[in-house]
Every structure is written in C-alpha cells, then in structure tokens.
Design a protein around this ligand. Structure first.
Ligand code: NAD
Length: 496
C-alpha cells in the first residue's frame, strides 16, 4: 500500500477533450482530508466556460464513439476496469483520504465493486438488442436502441468512485459521450480514473471530467441546451432543482436520491444475523449511504434482546483514522456534514427521543480535528423528524411494533422509497411484507446487497429511473422505431 498519494503527483486539473487543462479563470477548490481537515489538494474548479468546452468536446466525439462497433467500446471499458484493478492500492488510498471511508472498505469493497461494474457494462456493450414488432400486414417495423447523445453525470461524495462506475459504465457501453461532475468535496478518485481512461486509449472527448461546485457547474450542466440527459445521485432537494433546470431543452433526467430505509426485525428472525446485518446496514461508510437501514423497527418480543446485542456491537466498532487497516468506521466526509448529523442528535432529544448510544464526537484527542461522530442509536417515534428525514450518518432510530398488520404503514411512513429490509424465517410473511413495502429494493434476511446485474433505484422522493442491471441500458438509450413498407400494393389513403 503506498503511504502517500503525492507520488506520482496527483492530477488535479479538469479533463476535457482527452487532455488535462486548468480552469479557464484559474479557480481552484481546496480538498480536505476529513480525518484532520488538512489540505489534500487544490483542484481546478470548472465554471460555465469550462463546462461549455467539455460539452463541445463530448459533442464532437459523439459520432466517433456512437459509431464505433459495440464490442470495441466494450473492449475499452474492460481495459479501464483492468487499469483500475491494477491501480487498486493507490486508488483505495486516494478514496480513503478524500472521503474518510476506511481503507479496508475502499480496498476490499469500493475498488472491487467499481471494477466489477465496469466489467459488467463492458460485457453488455454488444448485447443491447433491438426488436421486430408484429405490426400491420405489409410493414416491417424494427426498433433499435440508440444512444441518447451527450450525457451529464453528477455524482455525490459518499461513494465517488463507485458511483462514477455506476453512471460511466452504462453511459459508455450504450455509445454516449459524457461530461461528469463529481462532488466538490471528493473529486480526487474520479480524476485518477480520467488518467487511466486516457492511458487505455479512450478517444479524446468521450470522457470529460469537470470538478466544480454544485450550484455553479452542476446547475449549468443541468441547464445546458446541448446536453441530452442528466443522471444524478444526491439529495432530493438538488434532484428537484435538476428537474427544473432540465426544462429548457427537455433533457432526459434520471434521479437516485435520498432514502430512509426501514429495517424490520420480526420475533422469529435469526437474531445474530439480524444484529450483524443491521449494524452493517447503518454503520458501514459512517451511515453515509442512500440505502442505509436508518430506521430499525423491532418486534416487541425481541426488542430488548436485539437492542442489548446491537448496542454492544455498535460500542465495539473501531472508530479511527481511516488509513489504519483496523479501523471500521472513519470520519464523516465534511465538517458541515458532521455538524448536520450532530444537529439531529439534538433534534432527537428535543422531540422526546432517547439517545441510547453515542450522539457525540469521540473523546480520543487524536480524532479531535476530524469530522467524527460515534455510532448513535436513538429510540424515537415514527412521527419524529429523525424517523422521516435523511440524517445520512451513523445514526439509527429504533421503534417498536406489536402487530404485523401495522408494519406496512410503519415501513412506508416516510417520503422516501429507496430500500428496506426485513428479517424473518416465515416465508409467506417475508414475501407479503416485501410486496407491501413502497421501495425500489427490498432485502430479506440481508441488507444493502447490490450488484451491477440488478436494478437499483427508488420510488417517491427517492427519485426515478434505475441504475445498473439491463434496465439501465434503457435509461441510456432511446427506442428508435423504423417502419418499412414491404408491400408495393398497399392501399393508399389518398389515391389520385
Ligand atoms: P447534494 O445533492 O447537494 O450534492 C450531490 C451532487 O450534486 C454534488 O456533486 C453536488 O455538487 C451536486 N449539486 C449540488 N447542487 C446542484 C445543482 N443545483 N445542480 C446540479 N448539481 C448540484 O448533496 P449534499 O448537499 O452534498 O448532501 C446533502 C444530502 O444529500 C445528504 O445528507 C443526503 O441526504 C443526500 N445525499 C444522498 C446521496 C445518495 O447516495 N443518494 C449521496 C450524497 C448525498
């Protein structure tokens, strides 16, 4: 594992038209290490003129990339996956320093999942088939899936590298060219991906990477008249702005927004598995996951036993410097976000909740300058704000239920509908409750599973459209219907 990301020097410029270039007005973004708030890098800040350049480069490259044979596109995506895999140690360290995500996770999960996702979409590039429709006699009608065009990709700060692959993989496989804006807090790993993409030979302009602020560069990209689609992951509030910004040229929009996952434990569940699964569901990546299991809903008969084991496990989680291979939970990704999560601990108390564990920063002086929050468990009512709003931290609410008849209403009592889980050994109940949950994803006796082959996305305030799976290829292509008159003797409506 390298001990520094400075050698070789980290690329910090914009990637436009196949070259690394500074921002036109020379502006930069200071990127901080959330472990101690030291400066990691100063990255070029894209503004409107830079976004214009990036969109123009993507537009110019579109005929080349979209007409390249799909298997050749797939081969390049595979090469990128191989390059990322070979760069695993350096990329994992970059991602850990930039996000606060523990190195054991970036090294063993994020990078491998990123590679797996690029490989999946490399493989799909030459399998996006059209169809022939049984229409009226005398006509042949075939439907092709054609690329959307120039796509804008806006990714958040919680899993920058992985979300880059979730969007870039299908966009490229389908034949689109792209302009990707990563979050201003965590731009580094995606710039490294840009370097690797250049090395493996992507044609100039196919991939453009423009770090910048959301309200400036992101907003401008979403409004841009020459962008045909925006795929966005982030908060519901920003998702709404993107929909409005897209109205000018009616660009396609795909939204993967927040969540408030219910995690229901029935009295017949395997409690050891449920306790471990529930801890992973909320504490992995410091709870900064849209699919986090942030609302525990426990049957009254097992609630005390479950909570005692769950709290013992949460207490034992090793919180610390994320570059330490033993660390299980690192800091939150920014000071602002740390303050936001801590403010919810206060709100929980004000609205009558009870903090059973955590709710504060660690005592360890070595962590005092970082954005740390201890694992937090709060007993709360489902009508409380902390059970409805996305806290996006290591913060789980606990509510007790008695009757399965109430469970669907309880699980669905938030504006969100991304993911949710349930733990039971009763097969009928498992399917019954899964069917009643208003979410895009349900996990039975597991939590937070995903795979590039399975569609990922939500309903309600969690957005629309699906990432991954074959389903996402329909998000990145248009259906083009072609009619052929194959009967010269067809009756004409107007015969002269
Ligand atoms: P955000 O929605 O502001 O940021 C996500 C991305 O959108 C970033 O790249 C940002 O630069 C960009 N962005 C911001 N404003 C924009 C605009 N007007 N137009 C286009 N792009 C814009 O999220 P945040 O404020 O950084 O985080 C706050 C909350 O968002 C979190 O607490 C969480 O609830 C949610 N969130 C969800 C996810 C997820 O995976 N679904 C990821 C990150 C954040």
């Amino acid at each position: 594992m390298p001990d520094s990301i400075a050698t070789p020097p980290l690329e910090t410029r914009l990637f436009i038209g196949g070259e690394f270039v500074p921002a036109i007005d020379g502006g930069t973004i200071e990127v901080l290490n959330p472990h101690d708030n030291s400066v990691l890098a100063n990255v070029s800040e894209a503004r409107a003129v830079d976004i214009d350049r990036a969109v123009a480069a993507a537009r110019k490259a579109f005929p080349i990339w979209s007409k390249m044979s799909p298997s050749d596109r797939g081969r390049l995506i595979y090469k990128l996956a191989d390059a990322i895999e070979a760069d695993r140690d350096r990329l994992a360290l970059i991602e850990t320093l930039d996000t606060g995500h523990p190195i054991r996770d970036t090294h063993n999960l994020d990078i491998l999942r990123t590679v797996q996702t690029f490989r999946y979409f490399g493989g799909i590039a030459d399998k996006v088939e059209g169809s022939v429709k049984p229409v009226d006699a005398g006509f042949l009608n075939y439907v092709m899936r054609v690329p959307v065009g120039v796509v804008g990709l806006v990714v958040p700060w919680n899993f920058p590298l992985m979300f880059t692959s979730w969007k870039m993989g299908p966009a490229l496989a389908a034949g689109n060219t792209l302009v990707l804006k990563q979050a201003e807090l965590t731009p580094l790993s995606t710039l490294r991906v840009a370097e690797l993409a250049a090395e493996v030979g992507f044609p100039p302009g196919v991939i453009n990477i423009v770090p910048g602020y959301g309200h400036i560069a992101g907003q401008y990209l979403a409004e841009h008249d020459d962008v045909d689609k925006i795929a966005f992951t982030g908060s519901t509030a920003t998702g709404r702005k993107i929909v409005q910004a897209s109205a000018g040229n009616l660009k396609r929009v795909q939204l993967e927004l927040g969540g408030k996952g219910a995690n229901i434990v029935f009295d017949d569940a395997n409690l050891t598995a449920a306790v471990n699964g529930a801890a992973f569901a909320i504490f992995h990546n410091q709870g900064q996951a849209c699919i986090a299991g942030s609302r525990l809903i426990l049957h009254e008969r097992i609630a005390d036993r479950f909570l005692s084991d769950f709290i013992a496990l949460a207490k034992s989680i090793r919180v610390g410097n994320p570059t330490d291979p033993n660390t299980e939970m690192g800091p939150l990704t920014s000071r602002q976000h740390q303050e936001r999560v801590l403010s919810y601990c206060k709100i929980a108390e004000e609205e009558g909740g009870e903090i059973l564990l955590g709710g504060k920063i660690p005592d360890d002086p070595a962590l005092a300058n970082g954005c740390y929050v201890l694992p937090t468990v709060v007993r709360a009512g489902l009508d409380h704000r902390v059970c409805k709003e996305e806290v996006f931290g290591p913060f789980v609410s606990v509510t007790i239920f008695k009757d399965e008849d109430d469970i669907a209403a309880m699980a669905n009592a938030t504006p969100y509908g991304l993911g949710g889980g349930l733990w039971t050994n009763d097969l009928n109940r498992a399917h019954r409750v899964a069917g009643a949950m208003q979410t895009g994803m349900v996990w039975i006796n597991c939590y937070k599973r995903f795979h590039p082959g399975s569609p990922f996305g939500g309903v309600k305030d969690s957005g629309y459209g699906r990432e991954m799976g074959f389903e996402t290829m329909h998000e990145y292509t248009e259906a083009k219907s072609v009619w052929v008159n194959v009967d010269a003797n067809l009756p004409a409506f107007y015969k002269r």
